[in-house]
Every structure is written in structure tokens, then in C-alpha cells.
Design a protein around this ligand. Structure first.
Ligand code: C2E
Ligand code: MG
Ligand code: MG
Ligand code: MG
Length: 276
């Protein structure tokens, strides 16, 4: 009996594996077509200076809007884009679009906004990254000092030595650098000290419970103190209510973003928000 059951389980396993492979093949084809058909969009989420309440930046967040059907969030397609390498051309589009948008906002006379762009591990390790950023800054005329690149703690720690070298080159260009989802990986403080970075972004998972989980409150408190002791700015993500904001303000957190201020919105929504 046990053997028969095992056999069935095996058959089921093989079946579900091939279904997954098929799904990701389909998805890969769909993502290629999405690039050709220009179906990707960027939404922007405001980043607010906690002390002044001013919108000082935005984070560009990728969405896929198929011609038919609902908008697809990045969590549903970025993992496959990463596995297949499609994240490189998609990421090029994201960077180019964000740089052009930053320039357009400057030309429109909006207050200076730092535009943050997420980089996947694959893009970060790509040998052309530094050259690509330099070329996009030249071609779009955007201000490198108002461009920030976000890279997750986990992606950085895959190869911290290489990361130091890439960070140095980007830093020399005047681009800002942020470690994203800080606290979810295992950063070595020794490396953190060597990275020429500008800010740490505290992961949403810590922020969501700061007002009723003493451990999360302690973690957020310590990350803010750590960042400040290293002259880094701290940005809290996923702020959803006034009490969380109050906690962050009391603990000297520099910036915040979250649904409490605004969900990610198309570029026109940012202009509207700034006019108000
Ligand atoms: P992330 O970079 O940590 O971005 C923050 C995520 O938190 C975004 O989800 C944002 O919509 C969401 N968020 C912001 N405020 C709140 C809040 O108050 N409550 C809740 N529940 N969520 C909030 P989104 O847009 O679905 O993006 C998810 C992840 O996908 C991003 O996490 C980032 O890792 C990745 N991603 C997004 N755009 C890109 C991109 O252009 N390139 C790459 N490589 N990754 C991207
Ligand atoms: Mg991010
Ligand atoms: Mg983040
Ligand atoms: Mg996050």
C-alpha cells in the first residue's frame, strides 16, 4: 500500500512539475510580447520627509497592463522575468522610463523629486549596469543626484565584494543608493560600513506591527539608530496609519512611504498630489 501511495505521489509530483514548467514557458512568451507591445507601465509612490511633510521623492513600481484583462502586480511576473533573464530588458525599460519622467517633472517646474528605481539581483550583477546608467543619464538629461537605485539586502549579500565595486562606480556618478527591504536578509555590518550607500529602507513587515509588537518596535528603533550612526538616511515603507507615522516621527525616522499618504499612482497622479 505504502508503495502504491508513494507511486501515486510521484506521478502527481511529476505532473505538477511539468504544469509549472509549462506555466512559466507561457509566462515567458507573454512577457516577451508585453515588451514588444509596450504593455508595461510605471506607477509612482510618494516618499515624504517626516519632519516637514514635503513629498521629496517617488518610488517607481512596475505594472503590467495586458491589452485584455486586469493589471498584473510585479510579484506575479518579476520572479519569472528574473529566472528567464527577461528582467534585463524589462529593467532597462524601467530605468529609461523613470529617468525620462524625472527630467519631464523637472522641465515642468515641479519641486525636485528623487526618483527611486528597483534593481533585481540579475540587473545588478549585469556587467553593463554602470555603463547603462551613465548612458541613460546622458540621453535623458535627468539629474543623477535625483536618481536613486534600490537593491535588496539579499541581492547585495549574494556577492558583497562585487557589490562594493559597483556601488563605488555608481556613487562616483552621483547616483543615490539605497538598500531595500532592510532587515529581511543577513547583512554583515562590516560590509554595510564599506558600501557608499545613502539610505536604508526598513521593510514593510517590521513597520506594519510597530505599534503593537514590542519586538518589531525594537527592531525599527535599532535600525534607525544604526543607520544614523553610519550617516545613512532611513526610509520606512508600508506606513498605513497615523500611529505608525507617530512612532516613526518620535524615533527620528527620516522619510516614509505607504498607503497612509498614497498608493502608487500613474505619473499624472503625482503631479496632482503636488499641486494640492
Ligand atoms: P518594494 O521595492 O519593497 O516596493 C514596495 C512595495 O510595497 C510595493 O509593492 C508597494 O506598492 C507596496 N506598498 C507600499 N506602501 C504600502 C502599504 O502601505 N501597505 C501595503 N500593504 N503595501 C504597500 P508592489 O508595487 O507590488 O511591488 C512589489 C515588489 O516588486 C517591490 O517591492 C520590488 O521588490 C518589486 N518591483 C517593483 N517594481 C520593480 C521594478 O521595476 N524592477 C524590479 N526589479 N523589481 C520591482
Ligand atoms: Mg523598493
Ligand atoms: Mg522595499
Ligand atoms: Mg519591501
Amino acid at each position: 500500500r505504502a508503495k502504491a501511495d508513494g507511486g501515486n505521489q510521484y506521478a502527481f509530483y511529476v505532473h505538477s512539475m511539468s504544469m509549472q514548467a509549462l506555466d512559466s514557458l507561457r509566462m515567458e512568451g507573454a512577457l516577451r510580447r508585453a515588451l514588444e507591445r509596450d504593455e508595461f507601465r510605471l506607477h509612482y509612490q510618494p516618499q515624504v520627509d517626516i519632519a516637514t511633510g514635503a513629498v521629496v521623492g517617488v518610488e517607481a513600481l512596475l505594472r503590467w497592463q495586458p491589452q485584455l484583462g486586469p493589471m498584473v502586480p510585479p510579484g506575479d511576473f518579476i520572479p519569472i522575468a528574473e529566472q528567464t533573464g527577461l528582467i534585463v530588458p524589462i529593467g532597462d525599460w524601467v530605468l529609461a522610463t523613470a529617468c525620462a519622467q524625472q527630467k519631464a517633472w523637472r522641465d515642468a517646474g515641479l519641486p525636485p523629486l528623487t526618483v527611486s528605481v528597483n534593481l533585481s539581483a540579475r540587473q545588478f550583477q549585469h556587467r553593463d549596469l554602470v555603463e547603462l546608467v551613465a548612458r541613460l543619464v546622458r540621453e535623458t538629461g535627468c539629474d543623477p543626484a535625483c536618481l536613486a537605485l534600490e537593491i535588496t539586502e539579499t541581492a547585495v549579500m549574494e556577492n558583497p565584494q562585487a557589490a562594493v565595486a559597483i556601488f563605488r562606480q555608481l556613487n562616483e556618478m552621483g547616483v543615490q543608493l539605497a538598500i531595500d527591504d532592510f532587515g529581511t536578509g543577513y547583512s554583515s555590518l562590516a560590509y554595510l560600513k564599506r558600501f557608499p550607500i545613502d539610505s536604508l529602507k526598513i521593510d514593510r513587515s517590521f513597520v506594519s506591527d510597530i505599534t503593537h509588537d514590542a519586538d518589531d518596535a525594537a527592531i525599527v528603533h535599532s535600525v534607525i539608530a544604526l543607520a544614523h550612526s553610519m550617516n545613512l538616511k532611513v526610509v520606512a515603507e508600508g506606513v498605513e496609519d497615523a500611529r505608525q507615522l507617530q512612532f516613526l516621527r518620535e524615533h527620528g525616522c527620516d522619510q516614509m512611504q505607504g498607503y497612509y499618504v498614497s498608493r502608487p499612482v500613474p505619473a499624472a497622479g503625482i503631479e496632482e498630489l503636488l499641486r494640492r
